[in-house]
Every structure is written in C-alpha cells, then in structure tokens.
Design a protein around this ligand. Structure first.
Ligand code: MOS
Length: 708
C-alpha cells in the first residue's frame, strides 16, 4: 500500500502548468532513437513504391505488370484490376485503385511491392500504364464558369453571411477600398514524409503511420477494409510534422495495408518528397475581393469579403477564407461569400490556419489600404473598430484582447512616432518600412478520452491518444496531468500516439491541448477522488485506474465566440537595385488563454510566424496548366524560409484568463502564429516602397521595375 498525496508521495510544490520545459522526447529525437512510422523494426518487411498517372483527367485502359513482376525481388503489383475492394468511408481520395478513372495528375495507378526499396522503385519503372487523357481544366479563375456557392464551407460555417446592406454602406462611406488579392497554392513540406508500416496479424491490421489523428485513421481503415474498429490499431508515437497534411488519412496508409495483404508480410511505404506534391494535399489558391467603407472619422460602415477557391473532381473542400471577416471588426453592413470550382487537380487539404491564413492576408492588407487612404494610423484604425460582441452572431466573446495585443505590440515595437508616408526612408540601396496586421484563430474543443492510473509504487500513468507532431503535446499533457493530480511532473508517465489507448481527437485546428488536456484533467481528478473516497487516500497493491470521456462536458457549454487574437509587427528592407525584400524584424503579441509551457508555446508561435514569413516571400506551388502537374515539386523549386531568411523574431503573449474555455483555460496556439504575418510583411513593403503587393508571394517581379 502506498499513501496517495500524503507522506509517501511527493506533493507538488508549485504548479507544473506555466513552467517552461523542454520536450520529454527531445533527447530521443536528437539521438535518432525516436521511431517514426517507417523506422519501427518489423521483421520480414517488404517495401512499396507508387506509380502515378501522367495525365490530369482520363482513364487507365490497362496496366502491364509482366516486366515488373519478372524483376528480381518484386513480390507483387497492385492496380485497379487486382486491388482489394474498399468500402467507401466518405473520403473519395482514399478509394485508391478502385476504378480506372483518373481525376488528377499524379494519382496512384499502381503500386509495386518488393523485398527492398530499390527493387520496388526499379519495378515501378517497369510497370507499363496505358492511360488516355482528355483536356484538363486546372486553372482557378475569378470568372470560371463553373464557380458555385457551396452550402457550407470547411469547419461547418455557412458559405455566406449578410447583415445590413454592404452596397448602401459603401455608398455612404467617405473612404473606400475595393481590392482583390491572390494567394497561391502552397504545400506543407513537413520534414517526415507521409509514411506507413502496415501488417496483418490474425485478421487484425496494425499500422505505424505518420498521422495527426490515429483514432480517425483507425476508423477509416476499419471502414475501408470492413473490419470492426477493435481489429485495427494505428500507432503514431512520433510524427515529423504535419501542418494539416496528415490531419486526414492519405493514400499511403491505405496502399500499405493493401500491399501487406497482397504479399502476406509487413510493408513499408514512404512517399518521396516529389510524390507528396500530388498525394498529400496542399493549400488551395485563393482569389479574394475585399470592400471596405469608413466614415471620415475612420469608423467602418461596410465590410465585404468574397473568397474564391478550388477543389477537386473527387470531393468538395472549401477553404473558409472569409470567415474571419465575420468577427474581426465592427461595421453595420457586412457581407461574406465563398465560391468554389471543381478542377482536375488533387483535392486541397487543411494547411496551418486554413481559412484564417489566406483570409487574413486579404482582410489585413485591405485594412492597411484603408488606413493609407484615410490617413489613419493602422494600429489606431483597428482599435477604433473593435466590436463589443461578435458583430454578426451578437454573442459575447469568451475573451478578446486584440486591442491589448495591438497596444502592447506597438509599445514593444516602437511604433509611436512612425512616419506614415511610404517610400521616404532610405539606407543606401535599401528602402525601409514597417507594417502591422492582426491575427486570430478559433479556440475549439473536441471530445476525447483519457486514462489515468496510480500504481502502488508511486507512479502515475496517464494515457491519451494525442498526436505529438513536434509541438510538445506529450510534454504539456504531462504538466496538465501533474497539476490535476497535484504531484510533480516527474511522477507522471505520459503515453500518447496509439489508437489502442482510446478515442481522442486530431492534432489539428489548434484543438489538441484543449481537447486532450480536458480529458486528462478529468481522468486525473476522478482518479484522485476515487483514491480518497474508495481507498482512504492509499493506493492499493493492484493500483487504481480511471477512464474519462469529455463528450458531454465539451458539448454542454454556454454559447460564446471563442477565439485567440494577436498582433504582428514587421520591419522590412527592400533593395532598390534588385527588388529583394529582407525581413529585419517580426514581433508577435498573442492573447491565447493560459500558456501551459512557455518553451514549447514560444516555439509554436515562432514556427507559425516563420511559416507566415515564408509564405509572404517564398512559398508558391506552380501548376502547369498543360499537364496539371505541380512543377515546383521538390524543395529546390518550392522554396521555404531558411535560417538566413529569418533574422529576428520576437514572440510574446498576454496573461489571459478565460473561464469559458475548458478546465485549463487554454485556447490553442499551433496556428495563430501564421495568421496575419504575410499581411504585416506586405504592409511593411508598402510602407517601404509605396508599392501595394496583393499577390503572394511578394517577389522581385512586383518590386523591381518601380523600386529603382
Ligand atoms: Mo491543422 S491545418 O488544423 O492540422
């Protein structure tokens, strides 16, 4: 018998939440001991290699596998003529090798399985696919005749919202902006590719998968292969980044499971960097028109935000780009719309701050344009249009400290006394400028389950099927568990990344800490109560275990508008000789509820801002309209920011206490850092040069001719 929370168990001397600490698994990662999806040692594993379509729209007439099968080491070739039947589970992308139809360039048309990766790749070169293509429609245009307004956009928002009369508001306005912004397709480029090890054992399917959501992956696999969910186990102990691309299952997982069944042994399938550009999703390009009208005093009368994006022929995916314009600023007249067109392209997918990221580039650039047009300070203009309640839903904000973020950021950045005139600061060949933009991201919580166990030898085991995609999720969950148990963090062992633990939500939508943490808190509190109530505070030899489910807690909450907010400030220099833009300084101030771990939180904000800077200046996936192929299909052609591009990024946050979120008071921080960064950069570029760049990424072509 062990006494719980009295003499034998160490009591916590201070809360674990709020204390910065490095990732629990950091040492394993930097020493190469952390097993990623295809690192797991599996005896007798075979290797799979995909063969992709070379047309964007068409049909596969025949696949000749004879030469591949004759190759030494090749164990089998899957194609639609011999692939196992899959049962639809709602995502048509997953119905791989089920029909001869080709819906986008790079779609998988065959898979070769062999005893080595080299033999599989060699075999893939020998597969002869006879495919016939017809003219493909691959280019998003604002005047595309097939554009339509969907019923809903992503995350379940209505496609359209209208309050008052935007045209009347604009007509009444003293100062107006009407501008159209373009954002490009972007790819996530996580360090670890989409990769899977799969094997079948006594009719059960076991998968080591690089996924942000192993419970959802388990359910999808169970559906596809017509198995009971308990016959499928998905393990994602370590995931090398995802950014949304691993939020929903991709074909690599299905193909590895199919291939393992075909050859009767474990199969490893790691997509190559090049293959990811067609097979792992991307952020849709957008075209967004913003109309703003304000009084002579700088009060917004009208906000119009019309967003256009693309989806595939396979399924409807609608980026919710205009949704943030429903709550950022007050105005009596408001209109947001979304339209989408289905093209012969891969289906877009979630990418860090889907909706808010491209949406904020448009809205926050337009606010800056309005400030210039009205001769108002852009910080002041935002503060003056702060809404007291959600301006469309008329419900209160659970907490909202955008104004404080703007004020604090302006102070830290040294904004006061800024000369608003563009193109007047020069340092040799460089023009200098500063810009500001606001950020936001929803604070969502989804149901999860967690298990807490006390053992007689003073150990606490906490299990929750979180996905730690490099964020520090397991580290912060251990802190949350320690506080709920009232013991020091080192007394708690935390296990994540295994669907066998029990259902839990995706590492996506910045929901993880709130959702998993709530389940962990509930399980740990129940465990404490049970030990005290049933065992007099002493842990019996057999230990005590409690499982908690937050479904009811999460659903039964009062209605609030729950969002994190932030402000980003940027300083740039633009060369008058080359047109090159260098970001010299980025500052982000965020109000995102309680910060559980300052070390890992700072890393998330910093990573988001860095990704935003990368999107502002570098990232663009170029699709060849003749072939439907993303020609920027590797990291030599698709540029992401490197250390030399990111000289000085400062991150801070306000101490925000919000009682309307979850027991921990956390809002979620994985995505807000990217929101607003590109607008802050573009606004600074305008301040430096007088050139308003409305198309991302900001490149030499925008700046060279006029910057001399
Ligand atoms: Mo994030 S794009 O919700 O995984």
């Amino acid at each position: 018998m062990t006494t719980f929370l009295t003499s034998l168990t160490e009591r916590a001397t201070q809360p674990a939440v709020g204390v910065g600490s490095p990732r629990i698994e950091a040492w394993d990662k930097v020493t190469g001991r952390a097993p990623y999806a295809v690192d797991h040692p599996v005896p007798g594993a075979a290797y799979a290699w995909v063969v992709q379509s070379t047309v964007a729209r068409g049909v596969v007439h025949d696949v000749d596998t004879s030469r591949a099968l004759a190759e030494e080491g090749v164990l089998g070739v899957l194609w639609h003529g011999n692939a196992p039947h899959l049962e639809p589970v709602g995502d048509p992308e997953l119905m791989v090798l089920q029909s001869p139809r080709i819906a986008y360039r790079g779609q998988v048309v065959a898979v070769v399985v062999a005893t080595s990766p080299e033999a599989a790749r060699g075999g893939a070169d020998l597969v002869r696919v006879r495919e016939e293509g017809t003219t493909a429609d691959t280019v998003l245009r604002i005047d595309h005749p097939a554009l339509y307004q969907p019923v809903q956009v992503n995350a379940g928002y209505p496609a359209r919202s209208a309050i008052g009369d935007v045209d009347a508001g604009l007509a009444e306005a003293a100062v107006r902006v009407d501008a159209t912004y373009h954002t490009p397709a972007e790819h996530h480029c996580a360090m670890e590719p989409h990769a899977t090890t799969a094997f079948w054992e006594h009719g059960c399917l076991v998968v080591f998968d690089s996924t942000q959501a192993s419970t959802a992956a388990r359910d999808a696999l169970a559906g596809l292969f017509e198995l009971p969910p308990q016959a499928v186990r998905v393990v994602n102990e370590h995931v090398g980044g995802g950014f949304g691309s691993k939020g929903t299952m991709k074909v690599n997982t299905v193909l590895a499971a199919m291939a393992a069944r075909l050859v009767g042994r474990p199969v490893k399938l790691a997509l190559t960097r090049q293959q990811l550009f067609a097979l792992a999703g991307y952020r849709t390009p957008t075209i967004q028109r913003i109309r703003l009208g304000a009084t002579a005093q700088g009060r917004l009368l009208a906000i119009g935000h019309d967003a256009v994006s693309q989806t595939s022929q396979l399924s409807e995916f609608v980026e919710q780009s205009a949704v943030l314009s429903r709550h950022m600023y007050a105005a009596p007249h408001r209109l947001t719309t979304h339209r989408v067109v289905a093209l012969d392209v891969p289906t877009p997918v979630w990418m860090r701050a889907p909706g808010e990221c491209p949406g904020a580039f448009a809205l926050e650039s337009a606010i800056d344009e309005l400030a210039s047009a009205g001769n108002w300070d852009p910080v002041r203009l935002r503060i003056d249009n702060e809404p007291p309640v959600h301006p469309e839903e008329r419900i209160p904000f659970s907490s909202r400290h955008l104004v404080e973020c703007l004020r604090d950021g302006a102070e830290r950045f040294g904004w006061s006394g800024r000369d608003p005139r563009p193109a007047v600061r020069r340092d040799g060949e460089w023009l200098l400028g500063t810009g500001v933009a606001a950020s936001t991201y929803p604070s969502i919580t989804w149901p999860s389950t967690a298990l807490a166990r006390a053992t007689a030898d003073q150990r606490f085991d906490v299990e929750v099927n979180a996905a730690d995609i490099g964020t520090g999720a397991r580290t912060v969950l251990r802190q949350i568990a320690a506080d709920a148990l009232d013991v020091p963090a080192h007394c708690v062992a935390i296990t994540v990344g295994d669907s066998a633990i029990g259902p839990a939500t995706v590492a996506g939508g910045s929901t993880g800490t709130a959702s998993w943490g709530w389940a962990v808190t509930k399980a740990c509190r129940l465990l404490r109560e049970r030990i005290h109530r049933d065992h007099g505070g002493r842990v019996p030899d057999g230990g005590v275990a409690v499982r908690a489910d937050t479904t009811l807690d999460v659903r039964d909450r009062p209605e609030f508008s729950r969002h994190a907010y932030g402000a980003q400030f940027c300083q740039v220099r633009v060369s008058t000789v080359t047109g090159e833009v260098r970001v010299d300084r980025l500052l982000g101030v965020f109000a995102a509820g309680r910060i559980v771990n300052p070390t890992t939180a700072r890393s998330q904000f910093l990573g988001g801002m860095t990704m935003g800077l990368s999107g502002a200046l570098l990232e663009r996936s170029i699709l060849d309209p003749r072939t439907g192929d993303f020609v920027t299909g590797d990291l030599a052609a698709y540029h992401v920011a490197v250390n030399a591009d990111v000289p000085r990024v400062e991150v801070s946050w306000l101490d925000e206490h919000d009682p309307h979120l979850n027991p921990m008071g956390v809002k979620g921080i994985g995505e807000i850092g990217i929101v607003g960064t590109a607008a802050a950069v573009a606004n600074a570029v305008h301040h430096a040069t007088g050139i308003r760049v409305r198309d991302l990424p900001i490149g030499l072509e925008h700046l060279v001719p006029r910057s001399r």
